[in-house]
Design a protein around this ligand. Structure first.
Ligand code: 5GP
Length: 154
């Protein structure tokens, strides 16, 4: 699968752009960051928006590049209630959208009043198109916090 490499600079610009639109359209009470990939943008967004409360959920779905398990599994559940809160779920990318589907359900179960999704990126085939996103690509994205995959020619 072709790859695209994003830089820290692009990620920071993207987070500021997301923050600006969130301020205009949906200022959240709580951000739910999805580990691992969503945590860096989620933490940055919570600071840029002025210390918005951050909660964490961990969902495992991928084993490698474009290699998935049968279905997403929650390994760290949401802690506490979201009763009556406006919640933005933050992830790095919506690919199949299955991770976001699971997390949206959990956030609703925790009592959220309104739920929106913000991602740095989305794939054209996803079944959950984020309410806010910056990049759209059909390639495998390598984020700056990840190891760069090396091709070893045998
Ligand atoms: P989904 O459930 O939408 O298929 O995938 C969600 C998660 O899979 C993302 O949060 C991310 O951790 C991982 N993922 C999916 N596509 C990519 C990609 O192109 N690059 C990277 N680095 N991770 C991806």
């Amino acid at each position: 699968m072709d790859k695209v490499y994003l830089t820290w600079w692009q990620i920071d610009r993207a987070v500021f752009a997301l923050a600006e639109e969130l301020r205009k359209h949906f200022m959240p009470d709580v951000i739910v960051g999805i580990a691992r990939g969503g945590l860096i943008p989620a933490v940055r967004l919570s600071h840029v928006l002025g210390d918005v409360e951050l909660k964490v959920i961990d969902v495992k779905f991928y084993k490698g590049i474009d290699e998935r398990m049968e279905k997403p599994v929650i390994t760290i559940p949401l802690h506490g209630s979201l009763e009556g809160k406006k919640v933005v779920i933050v992830d790095d990318v919506s690919d199949t959208g299955k991770t976001l589907e699971v997390v949206i359900e959990e956030v609703k179960k925790a009592g959220a009043k309104e739920v929106k999704v913000a991602c740095l990126s989305m794939k054209p085939w996803t079944k959950v198109v984020p309410d806010f996103y910056v990049f759209r690509t059909d390639k495998w994205i390598v984020f700056p916090w990840e190891e760069f995959p090396v091709v070893v020619r045998e």
